[in-house]
Design a protein around this ligand. Structure first.
Ligand code: AGP
Length: 602
């Protein structure tokens, strides 16, 4: 994880670096720091915790200079302390790093044997020290950086700045993303285009193994073989105002509220007025024998829900896996496989590695991403942008529901192309979703009081059956992530195979059960909970509430919805419960502890 920014500019670098870091804080917020070169002199400022702490420090201890690098950290090696904060400095070199240097212990031992001393517990410090050693041996900054990266194993995006060099920066990547921004007589570096959006819309993405030498007016890129490389300059249209909470208390509240609009946007792109499903023509399900869906976290739960759709509606066998397992399991990928990778950021290291594993084996690779310029998008055969709009809060909300909508449209398209029948009312009932979600969000007052009660619990169980099972998992993940309350999701039918031992009056059970064909089964499981003193929060529709509210502690009533769409609608109370429980507990809603939005390390 971690975010990197750099500038060789014509204005003071510090405010530019802080602005760029603000847009990268979703990558980590354990510490932040910047280094600048002013009249040839390298200096740095670093602070533990959020970027605001660095901004405060800069008020009291400003840093001059028009060249600089900055970093926001998600700690991997070493605690979040000032010493461990980037930029790391060794003599005349400062470096910022995103990734993990896997051979840092060997490198440390080697440097120590050479008399070098360490002042941090990080893997990154070795990079600065290696470069310093090369400089001491008489290499130029460019050569020193080049030799250094040749000694590194692991994943990295790095930016180097050198004492005595106001107009030089080295940027290089292997395994972690890095972009160069072209200004007017200025040059920028950023972990993604979003960080660079306030400064330029002209971006060059570095490719695997690229080594870039930047001055204010020039950019030279060498590829992994040391050959001069000509990388495309792209025009990127990004919403510069994207880090605005729009009057909401938190980004998460804004992003929950944006779901009707986001889904409308996705439907406008993928569902014609005549209800024709408009997916990229290259996607041909008639030739597909099986689908493999891979993702992490919330994206994985979207994939699990999609398994029900693809299998029940299109009759295609589906395998779903978390990317961190898939990538090392070496699953056989046979011809006829459509591999779908789902990622909001498009940069998740495990998902990207899983995609690379399937390259050349699967018949087709499809990427469902929210960031169309991301690595996963660039490496997929077919890209389906989910069109959720920027999602800033670490907890995924609108990206999840947009992923679900597009996966459902894919399953419907597959059914159409394979000649299986579509569920009644689909795809046209999809158009009712924005309105139903709006109605659900508006009726949130009861969720607030329920959440205040849930906030008193130490453990909470979520139950769901059929395509509500993935929603039970998602509800539990969201709650853990935001409120730090231990929560687990189970398939309702699995409860009696072990987890029911946990049930007593102190372990609330949230049951997600629309009045569909499986309702009675779930209600039986709910009765088993109540028979053991368990307190149940039932999330259902009016019909379900009428049939099954007896003995239930609280009932949250949602609008009636087409059965196939219930996983999308039931995502809303799952998000609201997590949000309001976090508010009741006073945790940091948008930036929960230990997490980062974009997980670019494995
Ligand atoms: C969601 O609330 C989580 N923050 C997390 O599980 C996330 O979905 C996961 O890290 C995957 O991220 P991606 O969609 O950007 O690949």
């Amino acid at each position: 994880m971690c975010g990197i920014v750099g500038v060789l500019g014509n204005h003071e670098a510090a405010p530019i670096l802080v602005e760029g870091l603000k847009r990268l804080e979703y990558r980590g917020y354990d510490s932040a720091g910047i280094a600048t070169v002013d009249a040839g002199k390298l200096a740095r400022r670093r602070a533990v915790g959020k970027l605001a702490n660095l901004s405060d420090l800069l008020v009291h201890e400003p840093l001059a200079g028009k060249s600089g690098i900055g970093h926001t950290r998600w700690a991997t090696h070493g605690a979040p302390t000032v010493d461990n904060a980037h930029p790391h400095r060794a003599g005349p070199v400062a470096v910022v790093h995103n990734g993990i240097i896997e051979n840092f212990k060997e490198l440390r031992a080697n440097l120590a044997a050479d008399g070098f001393e360490f002042s941090t517990e990080t893997d990154t410090e070795t990079v600065a020290l290696l470069a310093e050693r090369h400089l001491r041996n008489g290499l130029s900054p460019q050569e020193a950086a080049y030799q250094t990266i040749g000694e590194l194993d692991g994943a990295f995006a790095l930016a180097f700045l050198f004492d005595g060099h106001d107009d030089l920066m080295i940027a290089t990547r292997k395994g972690s993303p890095l972009a160069i921004g072209h200004g007017d007589g200025e040059m920028f570096v950023g972990s993604d285009a979003i960080a660079l959006a306030p400064f330029t819309d002209q971006i060059t993405y570095l490719e695997e193994g690229d080594f870039a030498i930047l001055t204010r007016t020039s950019l030279e890129i060498r590829d992994q073989n040391g050959e001069l490389a000509n990388r495309q300059k792209r025009l990127i249209q990004l919403d510069v105002a994207r880090i605005d909470k729009g009057g909401h208390k938190h980004f998460m509240a804004k992003e929950i509220a944006e779901q009707p609009t986001a889904i409308d946007r996705a439907l406008a792109a993928y569902l014609g007025h005549d209800n024709a499903i408009n997916l990229p023509e290259a996607l041909d399900f008639s030739k597909i024998e099986r689908v493999t869906l891979v993702a992490c976290g919330t994206g994985y739960y979207a994939c699990l829900a999609a398994k029900y759709w693809f299998e029940q509606i299109a009759r295609v066998p589906v395998e779903v896996d978390v990317a961190s397992e898939f990538r090392y399991r070496e699953p056989p990928i046979t011809p006829g496989t459509l591999a779908i990778f789902v990622s909001q950021s498009g940069e998740t290291a495990d998902t990207l590695a899983a995609l690379r594993y399937t390259a050349g084996k699967a018949t087709q690779i499809a990427g469902l991403v929210n960031v169309p310029e991301s690595s996963i998008a660039r490496e997929s055969d077919v890209v389906l942008p989910i069109l959720a709009g920027p999602e800033i809060s670490v907890a995924s909300t609108k990206a999840f529901t947009c992923q679900l909508v597009i996966l459902l449209l894919m399953a419907l398209k597959a059914a159409e192309q394979r000649g299986t029948s579509l569920p009644a009312g689909l795809p046209q009932d999809l158009r009712s979703l924005p309105g139903l979600i709006h109605q659900t969000i508006a009726g949130e007052s009861k969720v607030k009081s329920v959440s205040r009660e849930l906030a008193k619990a130490q453990d909470i169980i979520f139950l769901g059956r059929g395509h509500l099972y993935p929603l039970a998992l998602e509800g539990a993940l969201k709650l853990k992530e935001l409120s730090y309350i231990h929560a687990e999701g189970y398939a309702s039918g699995e409860l009696k195979h072990g987890p029911i031992a946990l049930i007593d009056e102190n372990v609330p059970v949230v049951v997600m059960a629309p009045s569909d064909a499986l309702f009675d089964k779930t209600v039986s499981n709910m009765q088993e909970v109540m028979a053991r003193g368990g307190k149940v929060v039932l999330i259902t529709d009016a019909k379900g509430a009428q049939l099954a509210s007896d003995g239930v502690t609280e009932t949250l009533v949602l609008p009636e919805v087409n059965d196939a769409l219930s996983p999308i609608l039931y995502a809303i109370p799952a998000q609201q419960i997590a949000y309001y429980t976090a508010i009741a507990k006073g945790t940091d809603v948008d930036q929960p502890r230990n997490l980062a939005k974009s997980v670019t390390v494995e």
